[in-house]
Design a protein around this ligand. Sequence first.
Ligand SMILES: *Cc1c(COP(=O)(O)O)cnc(C)c1O
Length: 360
Amino acid sequence: MGQETRFTITPHPSPVAADERAVLLENPGFGRVFTDHMVTVKWTSDKGWHDAQVGARRPFQLDPAAAVLHYAQEIFEGMKAYRLADGSVTLFRPDENARRFNESAARMAMPDVPEELFLAAIESLVEIDRGWIPGGEGSLYLRPFMFASEPFLGVRPASEYIFCVIACPVGAYFKGGAKPVTLWVSDDYTRAAPGGTGAAKCGGNYAASLVAQAEASRHGCDQVVFLDAAEHRWVEELGGMNIFFAMDDGSLVTPPLGTILPGITRKSLITLARDAGIVVQEQPYSFDQWQADAASGRLREAFACGTAAVVAAIGEVRHAGGSFLIGDGGTGPLTTRLREELVGIQRGTLADTRGWLRRA
Ligand SMILES: *Cc1c(COP(=O)(O)O)cnc(C)c1O
């Protein structure tokens, strides 16, 4: 990291008052309440990364021709900072987010953000907005992102970008315990094709999933689950979460990497399961097989996973041809066990034997 990428820190001149903040932290919801500050770093093709700032959170001034507004050259990450019982603050595997951010950047023809710059940006924001980290079951959700800011309507990778980090205090994703989710299997829409951007965490993937998510809502479902684009046969993932299946022989099955987003929660759960002697098969699983296994009882549990919700049981699946339950429609024992183990490590109530936590 060059000298220019040392952060200039300008604290917010009138941050939210402590009593007002305490009220906001009582029930922050998800993604609605923001902290006082933001981090911004600029990149231009001639200067590289420069002008690293920690300052008051405020709107961007963007030229209406900024490339991101036209061609969607944008990527993001999602990660959490936790306040542990002893008052210390930790991040969960932030190096994995940094690495994935750069994989997304490479796919979207954007510049690499050096890992130390990415981590320093995160840590600077956590430091200055430390008072916004809820205790208890809450956490501080961090949203690093990068977009093409160059005003230019020609189609080519932009020559100017902004890397930014904002943060929101969030409560427990599921209030009053995790209720199993109901999934809608989309017949009409897919989220990713071989050679496409499915493995990149880019805003465009989400834009393309919204109409399918709306269809899921119309059918009374919480989330959409996508099948592969080529054969429309293999289960891929949800709009923003990976998926696991627990079989009656004690093994887990999860779709392989390729067109799906390589979730850090997915990767961590695979490690936890394998370390506990559970066989985890990363292999294609068809929707037909899913229905047959749910009917025969071979499939015992299914769950979705991601940073926001951690692990969420799947209780029911609906599709154009009908619906079926997974097990008794509740949260199964393996789902509960893996969730508790991962949450325990993140929250510091279980030993972090793998070096996953980073003090912030
Ligand atoms: C972010 C994301 C996930 C989950 O990734 P985590 O690293 O576990 O939070 C899964 N699917 C999609 C499409 C995502 O964008």
